[in-house]
Design a protein around this ligand. Structure first.
Ligand code: ADP
Ligand code: MG
Length: 314
């Protein structure tokens, strides 16, 4: 268990009257007989979650986008947000850009900003998001079933690639670099409502800490295991060519969704996704083996080296 999870379990996890409390992408509160409110909060701290050089416009976008993905991960639609910002100084151009990015993202995902807080401190943005979920379509981490297919929306690994490029750890060609940095700064969460309205999936999580770490959360909650095939991962041509699958497996910051669905829905998911122009890729299976297994493109088992981004490393 990560130190973060240990802290949460030890100090904050208590019994709740809410239908779903701590432990998923969002908590659930009864809205009416047919719907829940899904509520979640994600924070971006300077130097921990973003480089001080991140353009304010992108930061405004990203601060909200990382919350939108948590509502999508519950099978819901984002509706309202409260935005808490801490800033060091009263910097008008920065605030103008930041708020423009924030409002652009809000417009794109249909979110209304209804409150927040403004304080002085190291730059930090913390957003509480509220979404609506139909009870019949709700997706919980604990919903995965044995033999489910594992699916991933969009492309993954690019944000981590962009970060390594900005940190000068790797070199990329102009257009590849531009796209990777865009994925890091302006994540575009995928709304799977057009598929989930037919209740095709069993469980979901947003990929914030890399496939291995986030899939582990689903597997732990569902008491199961999984096989993942790198050859099937939706990664960029650069990652494929360099066999740099670690960017997708351990990179994080993608904010795409990882979902599980019964194998009988495979063709329907593919067909509907093609119709809706929604990118979703089948990457593996849920198993009841002792541990998760990852296979390289030659079918050889890879060692699982670490479990993605952690705030507190022992
Ligand atoms: P995510 O990766 O979706 O942002 P986290 O790993 O941050 O989720 O959190 C896991 C769960 O623990 C979530 O349900 C979250 O709401 C809850 N959580 C995290 N920190 C706290 C805290 N300080 N107090 C109460 N609940 C917390
Ligand atoms: Mg999440």
């Amino acid at each position: 268990m990560s130190v973060e999870a240990d802290i949460i379990n030890r100090f904050f996890k208590k019994k709740t009257s809410a239908p779903l409390g701590i432990g998923d992408d969002a908590a659930l509160i009864n809205k009416n007989t047919k719907e829940y409110w899904a509520v979640s909060q994600d924070t971006l701290n300077v130097n921990t979650h973003f480089l001080p050089s991140t353009p304010a416009l992108d930061l405004g976008w990203k601060a909200l986008a990382v919350n939108v993905s948590d509502i999508y991960a519950m099978g819901g639609q984002p509706k309202y947000a409260l935005v808490s910002i801490a800033i060091n100084k009263h910097n008008m151009p920065w605030l103008e850009d930041f708020s423009r990015g924030l409002h652009r993202c809000a417009k794109k995902y249909g979110v209304e900003i209804i409150g927040g807080d403004t304080t002085r401190g190291q730059t930090s943005i913390s957003i509480t998001i509220i979404g609506s979920v139909e009870k019949k379509k709700v997706l919980k981490r604990s919903g995965a079933k044995l033999h489910d297919d594992i699916w991933i929306t969009g492309q993954i690994g690019l944000a981590a690639l962009g970060l390594d490029y900005l940190k000068k750890k790797i070199t990329l060609s102009g257009s590849a670099a531009k796209f990777a940095v865009k994925c890091l700064h302006k994540p575009s969460p995928t709304d799977i409502q057009s598929l989930q309205k037919y209740q095709l999936f069993h469980s979901a999580i947003d990929i914030s800490d890399g496939v291995i770490a986030d899939l582990s959360h689903i597997l732990t909650s569902s008491n199961l295991s999984a096989n993942i095939f790198c050859a099937q991962l939706p990664v960029s041509t650069w990652i494929k060519k360099e066999k740099a699958f670690d960017y997708a497996l351990y990179g994080g910051d993608d904010y795409q969704l990882l979902l599980t669905a019964p194998a009988k829905n495979r063709n329907r998911i593919k067909k509907l996704a093609a119709q809706k122009r929604l990118k979703i890729t089948h990457v593996g299976q849920v198993t009841n083996e002792k541990e998760m297994m990852v296979f390289d493109p030659n079918g050889r088992r890879m060692k699982i080296v670490n479990k993605g981004f952690k705030h507190f490393v022992k």
